[in-house]
Design a protein around this ligand. Sequence first.
Ligand SMILES: Cc1cc2nc3c(=O)[nH]c(=O)nc-3n(C[C@H](O)[C@H](O)[C@H](O)COP(=O)(O)O)c2cc1C
Length: 163
Amino acid sequence: MRSIGIIYLTLSGNTEHIALRLKELDPSIKLIPIKILDKIPRFKWRQIVKYGARTIMNRPIKYECDVSVIDDVDSIIIGSPIWVGRIPSPVRDIISSIDLKDKKIAAYCTFDTDPADFKDQLYAFTDSALFSAFHAFKEPLNDQSPQFKKALYSILTALNSSE
Ligand SMILES: Cc1cc2nc3c(=O)[nH]c(=O)nc-3n(C[C@H](O)[C@H](O)[C@H](O)COP(=O)(O)O)c2cc1C
């Protein structure tokens, strides 16, 4: 089995929920959360206004993330919500700053109406790194559904395959 780290950002919990479900399937997975340092509004519509406006205006968002773990794992899963059609800037900053060349990579996003061009954005921000699996999870997450479970397994299987 390969060692896997999940880099993810979450405001309302969906993206983290998937990271935790993946960790349930493989407890050795290391979670690498990107923590937003601003106070996060409690209500989702306020989050959309605050972070949506910052995203549209390309304003910085303060965050912290312990990327030191990345050297110790041979596979990375990137988990990101979609904000106003984009990958949030903290996720973009992290994934474009780390060296993913020698790692297996998979990615998922969570969204509510449209996952936008998540895959194309990822390729653009990771200097054309090769992805073994992608999945877009629509909220509300139905984690009892066979499709949900299949998606989790397909991510882990792709990373553990020898290709
Ligand atoms: C600032 C902001 C902008 C969003 N923009 C979009 C969007 O453009 N398209 C979409 O489908 N969902 C959008 N959403 C919904 C989130 O992508 C969705 O709720 C996601 O699951 C949130 O992940 P989280 O619970 O891990 O924070 C937006 C949410 C926020 C907070």
